[in-house]
Write a protein that binds this ligand. Structure first.
Ligand SMILES: CC(C)(COP(=O)(O)OP(=O)(O)OC[C@H]1O[C@@H](n2cnc3c(N)ncnc32)[C@H](O)[C@@H]1OP(=O)(O)O)[C@@H](O)C(=O)NCCC(=O)NCCS
Length: 202
């Protein structure tokens, strides 16, 4: 039984070009293909997914559905309306009902669909649900300072840079900073300011 507060988000969430819904086994072949792509694998490994889940997304699907039932996280498949393909994932992780906030908006999109406004579109509609239906006040997110696309997505939506975790992630001796963002309800850009990408490209 999903906690009543989380059940206020009516699934699926329909956007102009996407459907955001709980993951299911039918997504597994698409997820597996995307996660094998080194461009995705490099960016979405730990802590979002374990090695086992990267190899076998069936585990990811079951974990996501249990977390949803427990009211801990809301992670959804991003489905492309036109083709019916699962082209990524988006989630609100670390829901705090006490403080009406979320620790992290996270997302990834299959590289074949990059730069067409899909992450921005999915994030906009999920954040809107979180503010309007869940009554959240604050959504945080983080992106490595070299992740230009993710920084751009967050800034387009109105996220405000709040700080920087220096040398947060070190890979093969090379350390990178993590940029910390926050979005309050009144700061979210209205749809007409963030929609140019999806209307221009649809
Ligand atoms: C980050 C990610 C989700 C973005 O998805 P997307 O659907 O391509 O995002 P959008 O198309 O909505 O927006 C991307 C923006 O970045 C811009 N961008 C991308 N690469 C860029 C670059 N090298 N230089 C400048 N701008 C760049 C795009 O032009 C676009 O901005 P615009 O609409 O103003 O033109 C996708 O790149 C991804 O899955 N990356 C791997 C996983 C990841 O990094 N997840 C986030 C972890 S914090």
């Amino acid at each position: 039984m999903v906690p009543p507060r989380l059940a206020k988000v009516r699934l699926p969430i329909e956007t102009p070009r996407l459907i955001l819904r709980l993951p299911s086994r039918q997504d597994v072949p698409d997820l597996r293909r995307s996660l094998r792509d080194p461009r995705t694998a490099m960016a979405v490994g730990a802590p979002l997914h374990s090695k086992q889940e990267m190899r076998n997304p069936v585990a990811m699907v079951s974990r996501t559905r249990s977390e949803y039932r427990r009211g801990e996280h809301l992670s959804l498949s991003v489905v492309h309306r036109e083709t019916g393909k699962c082209i990524g994932r988006i989630g609100l992780r670390g829901l705090s009902w006490t403080h009406q906030k979320v620790e992290s908006l996270s997302y990834w999109i299959d590289p074949h669909f990059w730069n067409q406004g899909y992450a921005t579109e999915a994030s906009y509609f999920l954040c809107r649900e979180a503010f309007e239906r869940l009554g959240l006040r604050r959504i945080a997110s983080q992106a490595l300072d070299r992740n230009i696309a993710s920084l751009r997505v967050l800034r387009k939506l109105g996220f405000v840079e709040e700080g920087r975790e220096r040398a947060a992630v070190c890979v093969k001796g090379k350390c990178m900073d993590m940029v910390l963002f926050g979005l309050l309800r009144k700061e979210m850009r209205p749809a007409n300011r963030v929609s140019s990408a999806w209307s221009r490209r649809s």
